[in-house]
Design a protein around this ligand. Structure first.
Ligand code: 5RP
Length: 229
């Protein structure tokens, strides 16, 4: 097992320590969040704590079912106690780019509905400015994607339609939409950019997660750094 996989497991275990008996827990997506789902399942089975999960994607749902985590919905629990999720980039203010796994819309809804958001990632995800190493994923209605493409170019971005592996053509999200990955370069005014993008008709959600994370555990080779709001 590589140090990277080990570190993902370590930060995931650290995050799961925030879970208390009776909690409704938002389950993030991606390879790091997958370790947290596994660990939470182990805790539920071994320590018999009463926890219910709300998955942010079909991936998280499948993992949670396999791990033995009872599931619930936002309809039943519009207020969540804790979300554990990964990230593609994190800055020192704990703002993030997310959506590498295409689950950004549900992830953002769950994070916004949660009392506490704990993010887990390896140190390579930490950047001075968002947009330095990762493009901004944007979920768009397929009907609108060519128009949105043009408008994003007018905003100075370089958009690429996300295509799948194992299927020709665009990636279709769990919500039935397309994903556009946009290279804006290092972003100076993330709030302004997020607002401009959200105003484009056809844009469902952006991968810019601003003021949502409370704690970030960053895994390094031999230690974990905890960043807090
Ligand atoms: C999915 C996400 C993931 O949390 C993000 O892509 C990080 O994934 P990984 O832990 O596999 O690096 O936002 O939409």
């Amino acid at each position: 097992v590589s140090w990277l996989e080990k570190t993902k497991e370590t930060v995931a275990s650290e995050a799961v320590k925030h879970v208390k008996d009776g909690f409704i827990v938002g389950l993030g997506s991606g390879s790091t969040a997958a370790y947290a789902i596994k660990e939470l399942g182990r805790l539920i089975c071994q320590d018999k704590i009463q926890v219910k999960g709300i998955p942010s994607s079909s991936q998280a749902k499948k993992l949670a079912v396999n791990a033995g985590i009872p599931l619930t919905t936002l309809d039943e629990h519009p207020l969540i106690d804790l979300v554990i999720d990964g990230a593609d980039e994190v800055d020192k203010e704990l703002n993030m780019i997310k959506g590498g796994g295409g689950a950004l819309t549900r992830e953002k809804i769950i994070a916004s509905a949660s009392k506490q958001v704990v993010i887990i990632a390896d140190e390579k995800k930490f950047v001075e400015k968002l947009g330095s190493t990762f493009k901004v994923p944007i979920e768009v209605l397929d009907f609108a994607f060519v128009t949105v493409f043009k408008e994003i170019e007018d905003l100075g971005g370089l958009p690429v339609l996300r295509e799948g592996n194992g299927k020709v053509g665009p990636v279709v999200t769990d919500n039935g939409n397309y994903i556009i990955d946009v290279d804006f370069g290092p972003i100076n005014k993330i709030k302004d950019l997020n607002q401009e993008l959200k105003l484009l008709p056809g844009v469902i959600e952006t991968g810019l997660f601003i003021d949502l994370a409370d704690i970030v555990y960053l895994g390094k080779r031999d230690q974990i750094t905890k960043l807090e709001k």
